[in-house]
Design a binder for this molecule. Structure first.
Ligand code: NAD
Length: 357
């Protein structure tokens, strides 16, 4: 099969980590008989420098014409003083909107070889955990009506949350379909004891659950979920939640793995085309030094194979290669920790993973 992939390397360590993922995809293509064609486009600070805007029209067009999009990261101190709507990060909202991406999938997986990096106690993580957080990305309080007005106590600010059945239904279906490819459990997180939007959310999720008898469904209040994530993370498989709860819980879930440089993400919509990126930023403090951990971006490429191209075996192959390389004790600086290992640069880590594919 042949696939066209748009590359948005962006700023900081973006080029190093995306080049690493490309090397792994090329090897997977050779091994399984696929052809990947890569086309780079500008995004973020480098686009501001080159053409004066963070998300050039040509980039949007190129992504829309591609089968999928691989993103590094955007932003850096050079562009920090620009006004909000001119900043590199603005391009992320723009590209998600242009591609109609409403579902954000963020795995938080404990890599057995990196247990020492988790801030949680050994007895809590001894059995490992592998959580997939499915976050609604384009609705809720981040997009609702807001403003400043004169209230009962003088000046007040307000933000509003609205969710339609349609929005909840489509993110719910992403969660249940994802669970069908995993261990068939979905936990929906809400605040139904207080919020009307959460009551509609819960009612809609329960209706979808009735259509998936194979999936074990439960709902949980967000305050309890925040506690359960650190008390017993392995109880979760797929977690589905609203934009703001997902923003907060996905960061909590990534922190308990202890290795931000290892975590991938996918943003999906109604078409097969998705945008895949590491959860970390452009790491300006180590940019251009060949020190970055390329694994999160490599695992993002694996998610692209699984979710956009339906190539599950090829995705498994990349994930197994990563486990193997970690198992052999190879580490980039961010994950070497106190247990030690063989220190590798970004390109050396990529070479090891390529060899293990
Ligand atoms: P960051 O994730 O870039 O860096 C936080 C810390 O983690 C740094 O010490 C960095 O060196 C380290 N780190 C991050 N990724 C690493 C990797 N792959 N390997 C090794 N170490 C790694 O977050 P920040 O410092 O808050 O933000 C830096 C810039 O990135 C800002 O301009 C921010 O707006 C931007 N940002 C972009 C995205 C994105 O493009 N999706 C996401 C978050 C932040």
């Amino acid at each position: 099969m042949e696939y066209n992939i748009a590359l948005l390397k962006g700023d900081g360590i973006g080029a190093e980590i995306v080049d690493s993922a490309v090397a792994v995809l090329v090897k997977v293509g050779e091994k399984f008989g696929h052809r990947f064609y890569f086309k780079p486009y500008l995004i973020g600070g480098c686009a501001i420098d080159a053409v004066g805007e963070p998300l050039p029209e040509e980039t949007v067009k190129g992504c829309l014409e591609s089968d999928s999009v691989l993103l590094g990261a955007v932003g850096g101190p050079k562009w920090d003083e620009l006004p909000g709507d001119k900043r590199p990060e603005k391009a992320l909202l723009g590209i998600r909107k242009a591609l109609g991406l409403y579902a954000n999938l963020r795995p938080a997986k404990m890599f057995p070889a990196l247990k020492g990096a988790s801030p949680l106690r050994e007895d809590i993580i001894s059995a490992g955990f592998d959580i997939m957080i499915v976050r609604e990305l384009t609705g809720g309080i981040y997009f609702g009506e807001r403003g400043i007005r004169e209230g009962k106590f003088g000046e007040e600010a307000y933000d509003t949350e609205a969710y339609s059945v349609k929005e909840v239904d489509r993110i719910g279906r992403v969660a249940f379909e994802t669970a069908m490819k995993r261990s068939k459990r979905v936990t929906s997180i809400d605040k139904a004891n207080v919020l009307e939007t959460s009551r509609l959310w819960r009612r809609t999720m329960r209706a979808i659950a009735a259509e998936y008898p194979e999936v074990q469904y439960s709902d949980m209040l967000v305050d309890n979920a925040a506690m359960q994530l650190v008390r017993d993370p392995k109880q979760f498989d797929v977690v589905v939640t609203s934009n703001m709860f997902g923003d907060i819980l996905s960061d909590e879930a990534s922190q308990i793995t202890g290795s931000v440089g290892m975590l991938a993400s996918a943003s999906l919509g109604d078409t097969k085309r998705g945008m895949y990126e590491p959860i970390h930023g452009s790491a300006p403090d180590i940019a251009g030094q060949n020190k970055a951990n390329p694994t999160a971006t490599i695992l993002s490429a694996a998610m692209m194979l699984r979710y956009s191209f339906g190539l599950g075996d090829e995705a498994d192959c990349i994930e197994t290669a990563v486990d193997k390389v970690l198992g052999m004790g190879y580490r980039t600086a961010d994950i070497i920790g106190t247990a030690g290992g063989t220190p590798l640069s970004c390109s050396e880590m990529a070479e090891r993973i390529v060899s293990a594919v």
